[in-house]
Design a protein around this ligand. Structure first.
Ligand SMILES: *Cc1c(COP(=O)(O)O)cnc(C)c1O
Length: 340
């Protein structure tokens, strides 16, 4: 039995999900004739109480499309220094949109309304880039799956409105935040102009993300998605997995969160572990004692059937997910206590 805790993207479709995919009604989505995609887009739009939605092959493409919608070349995007759009999308903000990022030195991938306000360049000072978008990430990936305080989001929303800035949410793991905090998609739909959500992380789909916004914005997004090469044909087989996951895999995220917390407790009790970050959802970030060699530690785990990765600068990450079973969990807790 191999135990893969590298990411929640390592899951494979369940038999029931595969059946839903197999049974999908499909058509050519470039002509908007794929019934399964149309159904998924309508479903997600309704969940967020937004006018429209668009299916994407990746979260990166959904985020990059949103950034393109909100900016012109030369503009600046305000985000946290740990943001996925800045660290992990291959420099797409500059490549696709010709925009730069103003990085906020936040806490666990999150920042305050005061920090957002201070990051805005005065629009009449033409020497500096024009601030045009504030982008948040919930849960914050590099922040260890941290969840934003919703009242702070409301305050940042007010800052965005007062300064005529776009407001985007990278909600790749928003489902985890909703379950952890008892929030609803509609709460988020009310505040953000655009929201991207992933189906291929905690929800366990093989592929897929969705962008929600108003009708006019999604109409523009359709062209950008086409330019980026994301116009797909009979992709309804993938959308059917998404619909299945939205109906069956959201509430169970609480189980992933529970397991992550139990892992955190065990790690905290081990002498070789220096520190475990607070755990709110399905991500555990921890640090080894300075005299423990990271590579040797990871190699030892690999030999014992457990796959983990480092995030650099001494950070190690564990992500629980749909394919991490109760049996694997017991085995992992046993094995990790023996690795010294
Ligand atoms: C995974 C992820 C994305 C999208 O990644 P893709 O691999 O392109 O689907 C975006 N934002 C965050 C925070 C993520 O964790």
């Amino acid at each position: 039995m191999r135990i893969n805790l590298i990411s929640d993207t390592v899951t494979k479709p369940t038999p029931q999900m595969l059946k839903a995919m197999f049974d999908a009604q499909v058509g050519d989505d470039v002509f908007k004739k794929d019934a399964s995609i149309n159904h998924l887009e309508q479903k997600v739009a309704e969940m967020f109480e937004k006018e429209a939605a668009l299916f994407f092959p990746s979260g990166t493409m959904a985020n990059q499309t949103a950034i393109k919608l909100h900016t012109n070349p030369g503009d600046q995007v305000i985000c946290d220094k740990d943001a996925h759009i800045y660290n992990y999308e291959g420099g797409g903000v500059s490549f696709n949109s010709g925009a730069s990022c103003k990085l906020i030195d936040g806490h666990r991938g999150m920042f305050t309304a005061a920090q957002a306000k201070a990051a805005i360049n005065p629009p009449d000072f033409y020497h500096s880039p024009l601030s045009s978008l504030i982008a948040l990430e919930n849960t914050a990936n590099r922040g260890g799956g941290a969840c934003w305080d919703f009242s702070e989001i409301e305050k940042i929303h007010a800052v965005a409105r007062e300064n005529d800035l776009g407001f985007h949410l990278d909600g790749a793991r928003l489902w985890n935040a909703l379950v952890a905090k008892g929030e609803t998609p509609a709460q988020y739909g009310k505040l953000f102009d655009t929201i991207s959500v992933c189906l291929s992380k905690g929800l366990g789909c093989p592929v897929g993300s969705v962008l929600v916004a108003d009708e006019e914005t999604i109409h523009k997004a359709l062209r950008i998605r086409k330019i980026l090469g994301g116009g797909m044909r009979q992709a309804g087989y993938l959308a059917a997995a998404g619909t299945y996951a939205l109906d069956n895999h959201i509430a169970r995220l609480a189980e992933d969160h529970e397991k992550a917390k139990e892992i955190g407790k065990t790690l905290e009790s081990l002498a070789i572990i220096k520190k475990v970050e607070p755990i709110e959802t399905n991500i555990v970030i921890f640090y080894l004692q300075d005299d423990i060699d990271e590579k040797a530690f990871l190699d030892k785990l690999t030999a014992l059937g457990i796959d983990l990765i480092g995030m650099g600068s001494g950070k190690l990450r564990i992500v629980t997910h749909l394919d991490y079973t109760a049996e694997m969990h017991q085995e992992f807790l046993k094995v990790i206590q023996k690795v010294v």
